[in-house]
Design a protein around this ligand. Structure first.
Ligand SMILES: N[C@@H](CCC(=O)N[C@@H](CS)C(=O)NCC(=O)O)C(=O)O
Length: 222
């Protein structure tokens, strides 16, 4: 019998869109729940979300994991979306972590004021520019076939899809013109990746649900 997973998170894209895509691509059974906040904060192992619960017989040996990138890699490894070769996996993880850093700068900017805010605009511009050149080079090295590595959907394809999608519909408090640096419609290699991910049969349930229910908010800080 396949594993059952419950993803606890808020009803936003936030940190979780890559994880939702990974869970869908894994073909496993998973559902989501939205804890009442902050009432249920103290019930979470590290006091924050996301949390992934993997259930087993009777609930006695449930696995409860925190930390977005840890959960992503647990699922990606378990369901063959990361290579077993540790160097090949590290090459995917470094690209994924670069995406996470730029996303985190954007989130910090949204809560910042004054001098720190100005610093973060410069940092975002520099880091996003470097990110685009690194990711375009990686996609080209793989023959611009819509995947970062090989011929099949893998972890970094999914993480990059979620990242570029986020920046294509981030809210009005975002970095405005700077976010345009990440507008994938202006980057042919990334546009190809986006179309390839959207055409993946293992992700069809995700895109069907999105069509029926609409995309989640990119941010709750509008
Ligand atoms: N390092 C953690 C950060 C998690 C985090 O900051 N989660 C936010 C939501 S995006 C949260 O739970 N905020 C509510 C709170 O901390 O009370 C991760 O990557 O999972």
């Amino acid at each position: 019998m396949s594993q059952q997973y419950v993803l606890r998170y808020f009803n936003i894209q936030g940190l979780c869109e890559a994880l939702r895509l990974l869970l869908t691509a894994s073909g496993t059974n998973w559902t989501e729940e939205t804890p009442e906040w902050p009432r249920e904060k103290s019930d979470q192992p590290l006091g924050h979300l996301p949390v992934l619960v993997e259930s087993s017989k009777g609930g006695k040996d449930d696995v409860v994991l925190s930390e977005t990138l840890v959960i992503e890699r647990y699922i990606a490894r378990k369901y063959g979306l990361l290579p077993t070769d540790i160097l090949a996996a590290a090459r995917q993880e470094q690209l994924r972590d670069q995406l996470h850093d730029v996303w985190s700068t954007h989130m910090e900017f949204m809560h910042s004021t004054g001098e720190r805010s100005t610093e973060l605009v410069t940092k975002f511009e520099q880091d996003a520019t470097r990110l685009v050149s690194v990711h375009v080079a990686a996609l080209r090295r793989n023959g611009n076939n819509g995947h970062y590595f090989g011929e099949a959907l893998s972890y970094v394809d999914i993480a990059a899809y979620a990242f570029f999608k986020f920046f294509s519909d981030a809210g009005p408090k975002s970095l405005k013109a700077k976010v345009g640096l990440l507008n994938y419609t202006r980057i042919p290699e990334v546009s190809k990746l986006m179309a390839t991910v959207e055409a993946s049969s293992s992700l069809a349930p995700y895109f069907t649900a999105e069509k029926e229910n609409g995309a989640r908010l990119a941010t709750r800080f509008k």
